[in-house]
Design a protein around this ligand. Sequence first.
Ligand code: AMP
Ligand code: ZN
Length: 485
Amino acid sequence: MALKLFNTLSRSIQDFTPLDPAGKNIGMYCCGPTVYDFAHIGNCRTFVFADLVRRYLEFKGLAVTLVMNVTDVDDKIIKRVRETKTSLREFTGKYEDAFFQDLKTLNCLEPHHKPRATAHIADIIALIEKLVARGIAYKAADGSVYFSIEKYQSAGRQYGQLVKLNPDELRPGERVKSDEYAKESVADFALWKARVPEDGDVFWPSPWGEGRPGWHIECSAMSMKILGPEFDLHLGGEDLIFPHHEDEIAQSEGATGQPFVRHWLHGAFLLVEGRKMSKSLGNFFTLRDLLAKGFTGREIRYLLLTAHYRETFNFTIDGLHGARTALARIDECLSKLREAAGKPNSDSAGTHSFEGRENADSEIGAPNGLTARFTAALDDDLNISAAWGEVFKWVTQINKRLADNSLNANEAAAALAAWNKIDSVLGIGTTSELEVPTELNALLEARQAARKTKDFKRADAIRDELKSKGWVIEDTPKGPKLKKL
Ligand code: AMP
Ligand code: ZN
């Protein structure tokens, strides 16, 4: 079966066909972070979803080029730069580094390109110049350059491809300068914002005077520069559909006169304990907050990957405990399989090779086995819940075969190979020492130091704290290590 994905452009599930005539290369763009704070769990959901798409396309043999931009100049950033009295680069650099570290913690593969808006000012200006030359953009009295929806439409283009807009809502001639606005206030939007005193020293020269780019234009400029005027896939959270993505289409198609993106994919939002995340409700978690509570990137990734990307996801701390239990079940099965794969085959088991055992095949890894069923589930618009259903069915069957000793070493090795193949998509691997959060390793070191100075009360308190976070201390020949409870 071919891969089918929901396309926001057509509002329907479509076959995913690469633009590349050879059917091999895929250009994929995902709107990246605005680097003014640490990534929260909602952001994580969107980026884990993008990673799933990329990994699955690669699993299917496609060569993906993933571009993820870094928005390192916008209204919120400038405000924080002013408040913290830092330079733009110093301020954004800190959060940019933290973001890519967080992606690693979540085991998201690194994007091939991570362009920063401020490193592409010349490309952004060139794109605005094209729009001005085509009569679709104009300089207003405030010195800023705006995109004219009316001119775009009279050039035969449609504004409102991703969302249905009521023509009465369009307000030709009216303007919005803010990057974020509601559907009800559709008006000409800013491509270049003229410098104002509050911008401090955040500005660049341009043919229209000093200023800075709007948010939407940066994604059009950087995506087309790296992936070409038309590419396969564009992703983001559902909040970006309007105006951000609608405006990206307008700017790009307005400048090139050709279709921009073939397939638009949007991830639904994440709620925390049933409510919109907000600092005032006390239900706002950054990834780092959750690591400090003793959860691992692997557990968080697993939990975020349990729901279909088009379903609103309700994140809870209980859910994370459930993720821990589910992963322990997988780990236990894999560890027994490894043991079984290492054992020499007994005479009787050796007589039927893995390929020869029709019934076993469907349970393990052969053509009609785990990999095939997993693929069928994900081909169906990334039906991840069905895919996990197959994984846990497989775990049950393997456990049964291990318990009645009817799995030979070849079969165990084949089962592990099947697991590794599907794990190239899931990216949950197996536990390793590396996944111990750094703060917890620091606690372990503090405990060792307390023991050295014979402060056993403190050493015990630290041990208890680690235990309350789900970790026990295990003595190994290389010294004490943390192990999940
Ligand atoms: P930002 O850093 O705010 O520009 O957001 C980065 C990405 O996270 C965007 O693709 C947003 O759509 C996405 N995002 C923000 N909040 C949430 C949320 N609560 N749930 C899911 N995705 C989100
Ligand atoms: Zn974007």
